[in-house]
Every structure is written in structure tokens, then in C-alpha cells.
Write a protein that binds this ligand. Structure first.
Ligand code: G3H
Ligand code: 13P
Ligand code: ZN
Length: 309
């Protein structure tokens, strides 16, 4: 229904102590599942597209599918570029009708990160598009970029005010111990809430973003493993930690791996239960149902965004 930027969404989320779910989209079933869940629960959502998704599905298809979601359902959503690597990809997405972009300059020096983020903000803001920046590196895999746990750098709260002031970003992704993928912790999960608190103190009412925020639900991992999968040792961020973050300065919680797990659990189960199935609609429908249920669970239990559209 309404394609919007993230400005008002985050303002309301900050004031209301909840967060907006940013769900990665890669195909039609995933988009439909998110739209259905958000529509049923009257929740705002962010549909986000990575460079990998653009490569896999082609940006024209994803754009058209997002447009279909806009026409088909009554959700209020932002179409967001996830981990934009440079100015060019951000510009391409803005020119393509995205309402929000992330410029991820976290691999650069502080000054170079500021320079590229500022350039994207200038281009975006002239067109009413909001921009997410990143300070601090997350461990894990993002497209072709791998950051090992040893390289992962927590965000330094001393840098956030200068970064936000000099770039003009609308939201900021910070590193407090989360990581991308399904293997986030080797032992007890820990997040640096002290860093989040200090960032929140230094940037009053400013929306903070949490990447690598999947919870890696045991339910789906177990279904996958019971049906021929091999996901030993998978572990995510406990839901109560995300809930706590959402009541603090975190206004956007990124979820991709949980969608992959729910989707794969559906496909594997259907094909194992009935090896004679070969109609993709049969197993993709189950995958889509799983993703819809997952998104509904996130909205009601983790994000707190039900009825906030
Ligand atoms: O940040 C990483 C997201 O999960 C996107 O993953 O680059 O494999 O599409 P992808
Ligand atoms: P997860 O791998 O935890 O789902 O994180 C996704 C993400 O941060 C996308 O930018
Ligand atoms: Zn991310």
C-alpha cells in the first residue's frame, strides 16, 4: 500500500520502544510471506535487498515484486538497500525507486567512511531517501566480504557523534557482538549493551540498527537436521536480548538467516515426508507458510511492532 522512507517509522519506533523488522528478500515467496504477516498484524516493515539478492533475482524482478506487494497488501513498508558497498550501487537503487539505502563504509578508515557516507546522504536527501551508515565491523559473511571473529570491531562510542554530524546519516548500524549467518556464538551469547547504552546517551532519539540479529530458532534447525540437513552448532541472538535492544535505541532489527532457516525447513520437510513430490508449488507453499509464521512471531514477540503501521 504505502511505500515510505524510514524517517517516520523510526521516529515512532524510538518513541514507542519497539523496532521495525528489516527482512531480506530474495524471491517471490519470501516477499509474499512478509507482506502477508505484516498485513495481518498491521505492522510496518522494511523489505531489504542485498547485492547478492540483486545478482540472484535481478533487481528488475525484485522491484516488480515489491511493487506487487505494495498493490496487493495494505502494508506500510520501506524498500531498502542492504550493505550498499559504494556510492554507485546506492545511487542506482535510489534512481530505481528504493526509499532507503545503507552505505556500508565500515571496511574503510573513519575519514573515508565519513566521505562516502556524506556523499550518499547528499544524493539521497535531495530525493527524500533516508540513509543508514555503519560504524564498527560485524563478524560473519556479507556477500563477498568475510570478517573473522578476531577482526570484528565493536563500535567506539567516542566516534558516533562526529560520524553522524559530519555525514548527516538518518540511522546508524553499530557492532555490539552480533554477526551475520547462523553461527553467531561458540559459547554463551553476549552482547555489549554497555556500548548500545553509551551510543544512545550520546545520540539522543537517534535510530540505531542491529545487523546480524537472527535468533536461529532451534525449531527450524531441528527440522532441517531431522530431514537430511547438517547445521550442527548453529546459534543466534536470544530473543529476550533483541527485545531489550528494541526498548533501547535500536529501531531496526535485520533478519535474513532466520528466513533462510524457516524456508529451508519447509522445503526439506515436504520433500522428505513425500519423496514423490516434484511440484515446486507444493514445497514452496510450505516454505512460504513457515516464513509468514516466522515474521508474525518476530513482530509480536521480538519487535513489538504489531498495530504500529
Ligand atoms: O548481511 C547479509 C545478509 O544476510 C545478506 O546476505 O549477501 O548472502 O544476500 P547475502
Ligand atoms: P542475520 O544473518 O543474523 O539474519 O543478519 C542479517 C543482516 O544483518 C542483513 O543485513
Ligand atoms: Zn547486515
Amino acid at each position: 500500500m504505502a511505500l515510505v522512507n524510514t524517517k517516520e517509522m523510526f521516529k515512532k519506533a524510538y518513541a514507542g520502544g519497539y523496532a521495525i523488522g528489516a527482512f531480506n528478500i530474495n524471491n517471490m515467496e519470501i516477499i509474499q510471506a512478509i507482506a502477508e504477516a505484516a498485513g495481518e498484524l498491521n505492522s510496518p516493515v522494511i523489505l531489504q535487498v542485498s547485492a547478492g539478492a540483486r545478482k540472484y533475482a535481478k533487481s528488475e524482478y525484485l522491484k516488480a515484486l515489491a511493487r506487487a506487494a505494495e498493490l496487493d497488501s495494505k502494508i506500510e513498508f520501506a524498500l531498502h538497500l542492504d550493505h550498499g558497498a559504494d556510492f554507485e550501487i546506492c545511487k542506482a537503487c535510489i534512481d530505481d525507486g528504493f526509499t532507503s539505502v545503507m552505505i556500508d563504509g565500515s571496511r574503510f578508515s573513519f575519514e573515508d567512511n565519513i566521505a562516502v557516507t556524506k556523499k550518499v546522504c547528499e544524493y539521497a536527501h535531495e530525493r527524500g531517501i533516508t540513509v543508514e551508515g555503519e560504524l564498527g565491523k560485524l563478524a560473519g559473511v556479507e556477500d563477498d566480504v568475510k570478517v573473522s571473529a578476531e577482526d570484528a570491531l565493536y563500535t567506539d562510542p567516542n566516534e558516533v557523534e562526529e560520524f553522524v554530524t559530519r555525514t548527516g546519516v538518518d540511522s546508524l548500524a553499530i557492532a555490539i557482538g552480533t554477526s551475520h549467518g547462523a553461527y553467531k556464538f561458540k559459547s554463551e551469547p553476549k552482547l555489549r549493551f554497555d556500548i548500545l547504552e553509551e551510543v544512545g546517551r550520546r545520540l539522543p532519539e537517534f535510530p540505531i540498527v542491529l545487523h546480524g540479529a537472527s535468533s536461529v530458532s532451534k525449531e527450524y534447525v531441528d527440522i532441517i537436521n531431522a530431514n537430511g540437513g547438517a547445521l550442527g552448532g548453529a546459534m543466534g541472538v536470544p530473543e529476550d536480548m533483541l527485545r531489550k535492544a528494541a526498548t533501547m535505541a535500536v529501531c531496526k532489527i535485520n533478519i535474513d538467516s532466520d528466513i533462510r532457516l524457516a524456508f529451508t525447513a519447509g522445503v526439506r520437510k515436504v520433500l522428505t515426508d513425500d519423496p514423490s513430490v516434484f511440484d515446486p508449488r507444493t514445497y514452496l507453499a510450505e516454505a512460504r507458510n513457515n516464513v509468514r509464521d516466522l515474521v508474525k512471531h518476530k513482530i509480536t514477540t521480538v519487535l513489538g511492532s504489531e498495530n504500529k503501521a
